[in-house]
Design a protein around this ligand. Structure first.
Ligand SMILES: Nc1ncnc2c1ncn2[C@@H]1O[C@H](COP(=O)(O)OP(=O)(O)OP(=O)(O)O)[C@@H](O)[C@H]1O
Ligand SMILES: [Mg+2]
Length: 229
């Protein structure tokens, strides 16, 4: 682990209009996630978990406060600079894998390499190697429609890892899976975090994900609270 947190939220506030009132979904919230750490956040529906991930992933701006990625403050960056930081450092996984229907597993990964302007030979090699690492070598040439939900989700994670992210953000990645497949996906996220030194911030409720968390926090009333499991 590095000394400076890979991901830092500092005094983040996000409020929405609620009729005439304003409701703070994130209220002076601060959080550090170290490289190699898997942090799981849970909380009731509407607590602000997805909003927290959107702010941490530079998909939405906080009303106040800062997000630092590898020590780089992003509050004052314009949208173009923010999107460069996002592209170079942050990867996302959602409840459904959102794979391109017409691309095979290996092509889904190669696309990420091409977007990052990596040499084609290297992209091909890295994509195959990653699928192999994640035990997906035999799915490499299959289309999403030919895969199970769990396999699609694992390909989605492989695709996220293809970007060599500093920070991996996952919003309920196990929610649509049965317990056995949820366990495999949770294990995969944990080993991705630990082996690749990625700061991994996951919203989840299921025991499979919580079991693999290095830390578990609950979002309530705009703040994060430590949970003893
Ligand atoms: N763009 C928006 N405009 C107004 N209100 C919003 C907006 N986005 C989110 N909210 C409100 O902020 C609150 C938090 O939403 P968020 O999606 O972060 O919750 P969540 O914890 O992810 O919930 P769930 O578990 O259901 O996914 C909700 O009350 C939602 O209605
Ligand atoms: Mg949500």
């Amino acid at each position: 682990m590095t000394n400076q947190p890979a991901l830092s939220l500092d005094g983040v506030r996000v409020a929405f209009r609620d009729g005439l009132d304003e409701r703070a979904v994130l209220d002076d919230l601060s959080l550090d996630v170290a490289g190699g750490e898997l942090l799981v956040v849970s909380g009731r529906s509407g607590a602000g978990k997805s909003t927290l991930l959107a702010v941490a992933g530079l998909l939405r701006r906080a009303d106040h406060g800062d997000v630092r990625i590898d020590g780089t403050s992003t509050a004052a960056l314009n949208e173009r600079r923010r999107s460069v930081v996002r592209r170079d450092h942050i990867a996302f996984v959602y409840q459904s894998a959102n794979l391109f229907p017409s691309l095979t597993a290996v092509e889904q990964l190669e696309l990420v390499g091409h977007i990052r302007n990596e040499p084609s030979g290297e992209v091909r090699h890295r994509a195959r190697a990653l699928l192999e690492d994640l035990d997906l070598a035999d799915r490499a040439d299959q289309l999403p429609a030919q895969m199970s939900g769990g396999e699609r989700q694992r390909v989605g994670i492989a695709r996220a890892l293809m970007a060599s992210p500093t920070v991996l953000i996952a919003d309920e990645p196990t929610a649509s899976l049965d317990p056995e497949r949820a366990k495999v996906v949770a294990e995969l996220l944990a080993s991705a975090a630990h082996d690749r030194d990625i700061a991994t911030l996951v919203v989840a409720h299921d025991s499979a994900a919580l079991q693999h968390a290095d830390r578990h926090l609950r979002l309530d009333s705009g703040r994060l609270h430590h949970v003893e499991d």
